[in-house]
Design a protein around this ligand. Structure first.
Ligand code: NAG
Ligand code: NAG
Ligand code: NAG
Ligand code: NAG
Length: 429
């Protein structure tokens, strides 16, 4: 859903920019260019910001967390050390509603050299969920780490112990979202379709029988690289043993998004769980000591602390960490995809480029709303028209340091919230 409604719309501008950067899509753009109207960037000038007093960092203090981070990232030959050699193990770390399925596709579509898994930790979280609805964070972190390590080594045995019902002879019809992993639907591991066996998460590309995890493991070993996407890891630091494991060559990509936009998106996507927020939005004051508010704060802090760890570049993470903002991917998907591949040290394949282009066109056809007038930044900031100012203030209060670090500007008034001439996204990372 997220991909369908949020990202595709912004592709038009991205296409034009990509076209300028390289000539791979000239045909597509030619077709579109005739309809294009010039885009005006909605980034306000420094002048405007100063006049409106919406500069959130004291004048002259360019050492805001975001500016520091940006400066650090600018010299990315230091930061990435993207050398295309050897097999890589890529972990895409995100939280829900940050575009991680879409970004995961950048790796899922790589072609024959990549073994990609979509949210394998779903099973682990499900089994470790307590009666209270949460998990013991310490126990879960350890299980996530151990399962991930095994999976990067093409070993499914620990994951199997979390799959319900338990696989028999390493065969399962219950692997979560199998169909979202092209590696698990390849011909070589597509066993004959069995009539009468219900597979909820079946392959889309071809009809397969239940998944043979022994075959999947063999296929994984044959591939040059592995990539896993997960929205479940809370703290990057818990994965240090993976980075230090000599059998692996870890590349962590942390995907983040404006917490205000994430909340707006979750209130729609997981509506029943967000009834309190909706109630607060309309009726009452937000009780700042409510569990929901505390949870938001914990989430924001976890994301920020992981990023701070990554940006500090301790020895164990050097060259292994990349921070990506959803807003940048949405506005410049091709460019960001290329950067991620460069970071990972893997050649950016024509298949990935083609997929990015294809999703653009497909969404254009199926989505009537795709109009040449739409400004990508406008789409990315659409939440500003659905999230009440009152709720925005709460997020800013509990997630302030997170917003600052990632370059999401604070909103000071209701007017500013819905003033399209003010972008709330600082620069491009
Ligand atoms: C803008 O901010 C400065 C410094 O924080 C303050 O002195 C000034 O009064 C503010 N102006 C307005 C119009 O709020
Ligand atoms: C950027 O990296 C280059 C090459 O590694 C180095 O010579 C230069 O000093 C770095 N600049 C900064 C500002 O760190
Ligand atoms: C959480 O799990 C850890 C390690 O398994 C255990 O030592 C601890 O007691 C657990 N905490 C709670 C609150 O159950
Ligand atoms: C599963 O795959 C393995 C390895 O390819 C194979 O030896 C085994 O016979 C398969 N199991 C079934 C039940 O097809």
């Amino acid at each position: 859903m997220r991909i369908k409604y949020t990202i595709p719309i912004v592709f038009f501008v991205a296409l034009v920019i990509i076209e300028k950067e390289n000539n791979i899509i000239s045909r597509v753009s030619d077709k579109l260019a005739s309809k294009q109207t010039p885009q005006t960037p909605i980034q306000p000038s420094a002048d405007v910001l100063l006049k409106q007093n919406v500069s959130f960092y004291p004048a002259g203090k360019l050492s805001s967390p975001f500016m520091l981070m940006k400066r650090r990232l600018e010299n990315y030959s230091d930061y990435w050390q993207g050398v295309a050699n050897g097999r890589k193990d890529i972990l895409l770390l995100a939280t829900t509603r940050t575009g991680s399925s879409f970004v995961g596709e950048f790796f899922n579509q790589q072609g024959d050299n990549m073994f990609y898994l979509f949210e394998p930790l779903w099973h682990v979280e499900k089994m470790l969920t307590l009666e209270t609805g949460g998990t013991n964070a310490t126990a879960a972190a350890k299980a996530y780490r151990d399962v991930l390590r095994q999976l990067f080594l093409c070993d499914f045995s620990l994951l199997e112990s979390f799959i319900e019902p338990r696989p028999v002879d390493h065969i399962t019809a219950s692997l979560f979202r199998r169909g979202s992993s092209s590696s698990l639907c390849e011909e070589s591991i597509c066993s004959p379709f069995v009539k009468g066996v219900f597979e909820r998460y079946h392959c889309m590309s071809r009809r397969c029988g239940p998944l043979n995890l022994t075959a999947a493991s063999e296929s994984c070993i044959q591939k040059e690289h592995r990539a896993i996407k997960s929205v479940r890891v809370r703290q990057l630091e818990t994965l240090r043993p993976l980075a230090e494991d000599p059998r692996l060559d870890m590349k962590f990509i942390q995907l983040v998004r404006d917490p205000r936009a994430v909340l707006a998106s979750r209130m729609v996507a997981f509506a029943p769980k967000y009834n309190n927020w909706k109630e607060w939005a309309v009726n009452s004051d937000v009780p700042m000591d409510d569990d929901e508010v505390k949870k938001l704060k914990v989430n924001c802090n976890n994301i920020r602390m992981s990023a701070e760890m990554g940006l500090r570049q301790p020895a164990w993470l050097r060259g292994r960490y990349m921070l990506v903002r959803y807003e940048d991917v949405a506005r410049f998907p091709m460019r960001k995809a290329a950067e991620m591949y460069q970071f990972a040290g893997i050649p950016f394949t024509p298949q990935v480029k083609a997929w990015i282009l294809k999703s653009t066109q497909a969404s254009k056809e199926t989505d009537g709303v795709y109009s040449t007038q739409k400004n990508s930044a406008e789409q990315v900031e659409k939440w500003r028209f659905s999230l009440p100012f009152k709720i925005v203030q709460v997020v800013q209060k509990v997630c302030g340091p997170t917003l600052k670090l990632f370059g999401y500007k604070f909103v000071m008034s209701e007017e500013m919230l819905t003033d399209k001439s003010i972008s709330l996204i600082e620069d491009v990372l």
